[in-house]
Design a protein around this ligand. Structure first.
Ligand code: SF4
Length: 414
């Protein structure tokens, strides 16, 4: 079989597929679908492809149609599995992903980018976040992470002369918020490479600019640095089951919340992202408890932002994950086309987002924190939040008002 993923399958799966192909003479597209299924089942530890194929399902047809009937029955089984909440109770990951360390100082022409929303912006509601790729690659091992497929996995690449580069950087007038978490985890390295110092000069030169440091770490030593107030720390949160099974080597939920408390106690501005939410068996219980814990530990006026989002994959990332074949159940989900990528069906997303938003007490829904859906279909806003924005510009303007208002209020207290 010519498909590039065929070679990444275990030998016994390859042998089975070759025998099957001999009997049914699949087309290239049919072979691709079967190979992808075999890759997915191996990652999910859900048995061999043979267990998901029923050759009696095509007994009623003859000739070339047999291949189609067999495949269609198989895909229906897979779809039934995908549409159910992912089960993690019987899923133990034997092999954790390894640390990836080898620091490399690189010169790069391109320092700034933009968030991965589609450019026309009307398929997702986009806040127009600009990105600064000061460190590239991450030492955590989230199974769903697209960053892993961008860079050589054993090299942590740090921009050479970052301090000078940022001193020379002239930001376009419309740039008001920048994230450094698109190419790595923003705080995992702390200030080890001097990145936070360098960013702090930029933040001081542009006092209205918000620089967001997004993390899944529990690092807090950076709190000793004299960072300006417009450098904001945010934590990506998730259910304990997802952290344990899919976000390898990251801090636990409790460690992340403790790190956020320490930052809050130091007077820093903080925020949270519940992203990517996963539709798994137990999601309501665990996400419900998570919101309870957040609202018990923090007051609404201490949190600048709270975003919600789910899993979204590009074709390239799906291909990479299947080729890598790490044990993971993250792709045990319906892969519905969504603005050039693949994600849960809208109904599933709406159920999860609505549920989570409903768990917040009313005191949290008075403008602070600023709630938003990250990279999601605009039609979801109204049913989830009871409000929406007519276009990206209005959304971005509302976010800017909220963030900068929060910042001014903080500064006025000092
Ligand atoms: S922490 Fe972020 S950058 Fe690092 S592996 Fe996870 S998703 Fe990727």
């Amino acid at each position: 079989m010519d498909h590039p993923l065929f070679a990444s399958l275990p030998p016994e799966e390859q042998a089975y597929l070759l025998q099957l192909d001999e009997r049914y003479q699949f087309s290239f597209q049919q072979q691709r679908q079967l190979i992808e299924s075999a890759c997915d089942l191996a990652m999910w530890k859900a048995g061999s492809l043979k267990m998901w194929i029923d050759e009696t399902s095509c007994e009623h047809v003859s000739g070339k149609k047999r291949a189609g009937a067999l495949l269609s029955d198989h895909l229906q089984r897979m779809e039934r599995e995908r549409s159910m909440p992912t089960r993690y109770q019987d899923f133990e990951v034997e092999q954790r992903f390894t640390d990836k360390y080898r620091s490399l100082f690189v010169s790069t022409d391109k320092l700034m980018g933009r968030c991965p929303c589609p450019v026309d912006g009307e398929k997702t509601r986009c806040c127009n976040l600009k990105t600064l790729d000061v460190v590239q690659q991450c030492a955590f091992g989230c199974s769903y992470c697209s960053i892993q497929s961008f860079y050589n996995s054993h090299e942590i690449r740090v921009v050479k002369n970052l301090s000078q580069r940022l001193q020379d950087l002239e930001l376009p007038e419309e740039t008001w918020h920048i994230g450094t978490g698109q190419s790595s985890d923003s705080l995992l390295w702390g200030n080890d490479y001097g990145t936070l110092d360098a960013l702090s000069h930029l933040a001081r030169r542009y006092p209205e600019l918000i620089i967001e440091l997004k993390t899944k770490s529990h690092r807090s030593d950076y709190l000793k640095l004299d960072l300006p107030m417009n450098m904001v720390s945010t934590w990506s949160l998730n259910a304990p089951t997802i952290i344990e099974k899919e976000e390898h080597l990251t801090a636990t939920l409790q460690q992340r919340l403790d790190a956020a408390k320490q930052a809050r106690d130091k007077g820093r501005i903080i925020g949270f992202h519940l992203h990517p939410m996963v539709y798994f068996d137990g999601w309501q219980e665990e996400y419900g408890q998570l919101i309870e814990e957040v609202t018990r530990s923090f007051r609404a006026e201490e949190v600048m932002l709270f975003s919600l989002g789910t899993l979204t994959f590009t074709k390239a990332v799906l291909r990479q994950m299947r080729a890598d074949g790490h044990q993971s159940r993250i792709l045990d989900m319906q892969l519905t086309p969504a603005s050039g990528k693949y994600s849960y069906p809208l109904e599933t997303k709406e159920r999860m987002f609505r549920f989570v938003y409903e768990q917040f007490p009313d005191a949290w829904k008075q403008g602070t924190p600023f709630f938003y859906l990250c990279m999601e279909d605009p039609s979801l806003w109204e049913p989830v939040f009871g409000f929406s924005y007519p276009d990206d510009r209005t959304f971005e303007a509302a976010m800017k008002r909220a963030y900068q208002g929060f910042l001014q209020q903080r500064r006025s207290r000092i």
